[in-house]
Design a protein around this ligand. Sequence first.
Ligand SMILES: Nc1nc2c(ncn2[C@@H]2O[C@H](COP(=O)(O)OP(=O)(O)O)[C@@H](O)[C@H]2O)c(=O)[nH]1
Ligand SMILES: [Mg+2]
Length: 295
Amino acid sequence: MAWPLLAPLVVAAAPKIYEEVIGRPQKRERQARERLREEQKRAQQSEQRLAKLLNDLGYDEDEPAITEDVIKNARKTVGYDPKKKNIVFAGNVSVGKSSLINGLCNKGGDDDGAARVGSNQVTRNLARYEIPNHPEVVLYDIPGAGTQDVRAFRYYHDQMLYAFDTVVVVHDTTLTEADIRLLQMCIHSGKNCLAVRTKSDNHIRNYAYDKDCELEEAREIFLRETRHDIQSCHKEITAPWPEKEIRIWDYIINSRSVRTFMKGKPSPKEADTAYIDEFDFIFDLSPGLVINPND
Ligand SMILES: Nc1nc2c(ncn2[C@@H]2O[C@H](COP(=O)(O)OP(=O)(O)O)[C@@H](O)[C@H]2O)c(=O)[nH]1
Ligand SMILES: [Mg+2]
């Protein structure tokens, strides 16, 4: 075929050829460059978030790293039992850590072997408690963080929280800044943790007094407001890890009802002491605890 006859065909196909040979590779390159820029931006944001988190936690670069050896030695010091689930109760002074441990051990504050309870009975050293008939767990009571000035990193290291299997952050009202940091410290370190709100009986009675209503109504309002608060605290706890699905539970309980549960008794009828999250909390500590050995 003669060239002049081919020319219109070539002209007609030119845009397609241009698109195939030059346009598409250019587009792919542009997309790859955009993807790379996005990835770099994400990496930079997550680096900034980590730097902010470490600063918020009070990270101290002079603190030796938590190596296998460090954990082994700490476990020797605290009396860790590798055959059991070792659960430590952390949190501020007077939030109810010792009372909760006593509830789980089915003990009153004045019973033999009970954890010392009350505002003048601050736990100065680590103490270890076993639950009668439940050899699968061991509970540890540690000194409270004392003041809000004790940074999470310091508390985590000083109390050797890395030695335990589960850290329970006990608190009695909304989570404080210190509680949130401690939970974040646990998440950052890959340590299993949960939170528990104590003294619900007191709160419900206070709501009834403040709102001048019956205990039943006070319980409803308290639960609605508290669940809402738990949700917003959860957002704050997990904010440094937007790319991860992290779930930290915060259970609403009172220590006396925990004891009633551990005795194998049904929920009290009264609105201030009827069970709230006692079952879920005790089950999540260790499923075997909800089975009454006397049944
Ligand atoms: N009403 C009520 N009081 C509680 C509860 N838990 C603890 N308390 C009281 O709070 C105070 C401090 O409790 P304690 O266990 O010593 O706190 P800790 O310093 O965190 O160990 C004590 O007077 C307890 O009786 C609870 O669930 N309900
Ligand atoms: Mg105590």
